[in-house]
Design a protein around this ligand. Structure first.
Ligand code: TYM
Length: 383
């Protein structure tokens, strides 16, 4: 972090209290404005909660994606997750967004598991990475992708189909760009130096425009993609960026599996999750009941309210009413946490049921057996 900035966002870490407007300016992305939202919802045939509440807040070329859709050219989706631990609520957002777009626009989805990147960037060995990947894959399956239009792959397994094309991408990225964009220095291992070529490659899996729903921390990769895509005769990848689900413990940083107190894991039982909310969730309410009744809560830092508003409560009127009453002191922190606890518990129960009942079968389809997967194993990626 430099002195004038109080936050830092990189693909590996998020620190401080993120100012999303500043991030848009720094990364050179665009805010999703009301007219673009309206057009997106119209084409989708439905409103999307995350975009409606500005949790998915920023984009690049989303209007071009909609042009391509409206004129029949179409587009495809790409996202990913690094298997370095069990997944938490924050990790699942971009996948839910991706699944929603797939369902509404009926398009292909590619999901990368960069097991190699986690080996290079974290202190974990391949045995652990394997175990995390196995579990994470079932979480992804529970999100409900179309198994015939979704291809999920681990880099170490699919590499033979990607390597030649990735080497061509790698040739276009020099060390000064890599260090400027990612902050690589002389202590960075050379595996990580090559990795950006692999994270970019799926944006070239089809000739159509690629749309990437992901957290805004992944943006550095796409800046490079947009520089080099025209050199290969491909379209620049478009993105929709989500904000970070704040850590339970407060507005600083993001929820992170390496800091368990900050996170609700997708594997937490509904009761565990409710307990975490009650005990850990940072409150914007006042210390004493009297003071709270008089002054009310600061919604902007209240984790339970933020989660409800951004992620769990579809009903606009209800969430606004709760916000109003909490802000003017009519409602207490405990009540907000209770409402969130119920919603979160229902979500986890349903997620875990789908993971348990259908996980193995769907993973098999999305990795090997489904229509898109079979097609991808039959070809080598060309650039
Ligand atoms: P990873 O595993 O760090 O994160 C996976 C996805 O989750 C998002 N994310 C969050 N979103 C909201 N709140 C949070 N607290 C939070 N923490 C993480 C990330 O932005 C990301 O969308 N290198 C990537 C894996 C990858 C990838 C991709 C991601 C490979 N190809 C294409 C997106 C698109 C990684 O390690 O993500």
């Amino acid at each position: 972090m430099t002195e004038e900035e109080s936050f830092e966002v990189t693909p590996w870490d998020v620190e401080g209290n993120v100012d999303y407007q500043k991030l848009i300016e720094k990364f050179g992305t665009k805010r999703i404005n009301p007219s673009l939202k309206k057009r997106f919802f119209k084409d989708a045939g439905e409103e999307n909660l995350y975009m409606k509440r500005d949790f998915v807040f920023s984009h690049r070329d989303l209007e071009k994606v909609l042009d391509d859709y409206e004129n029949g050219e179409g587009f495809f989706l790409y996202t990913g997750v690094g298997p370095s631990g069990p997944m938490h609520i924050g990790h699942i957002i971009a996948f839910q967004m991706t699944q929603w777009i797939q369902e509404k626009f009926d398009v292909n989805v590619y999901i990368q598991f960069p097991d190699d990147e986690k080996f290079w960037s974290r202190d974990v060995d391949y045995d652990d990475i394997e175990k995390f990947a196995e579990d994470n894959l079932k979480d992804i399956a529970a999100v409900g992708f179309d198994p015939d239009k979704t291809f999920v792959f681990k880099n170490t397994e699919y590499i033979g189909h990607m390597y030649k094309a990735a080497s061509k991408v790698a040739e276009k990225i020099n060390n000064s760009v890599a260090s400027a964009v990612f902050g690589f220095d002389s202590s960075t291992n050379i595996g990580l130096n090559f990795y950006p070529a692999l994270q970019l490659l799926p944006t070239f899996f089809e000739d159509k425009r690629c749309l990437i729903p992901a957290g805004i921390d992944q943006d550095p990769y796409w800046r490079i993609q947009r520089d080099i895509a025209p050199k290969f005769g491909y379209k620049k990848a478009a993105q929709v960026h989500n904000k970070f689900v704040p850590a339970l413990t407060g507005p600083e940083g993001k929820m992170s599996s390496s800091k368990p107190k900050t996170a609700v894991m997708l594997s937490d039982s509904p009761e565990e999750a409710k307990d975490k909310i009650l005990q850990e969730a940072y409150s914007g309410g006042k210390q004493s009941k009297e003071e709270h009744r008089e002054k009310g809560a600061d919604l902007s830092v209240d984790v339970a309210y933020q989660w409800l508003y951004n992620l769990f409560m579809q009903d606009d009127e209800r969430v606004e009413e709760i916000g109003r009453k909490y802000e003017n002191g009519e409602m207490l922190t405990g009540e907000i946490k209770q409402i969130l606890g119920e919603k979160l518990g229902e979500f986890l129960k349903e997620h875990q049921r789908r993971k348990e009942e259908k996980g193995d079968e769907l993973v098999e389809k999305m990795m090997y057996e489904g229509n898109l997967a079979k097609k991808m194993w039959d070809k080598k990626i060309q650039l």
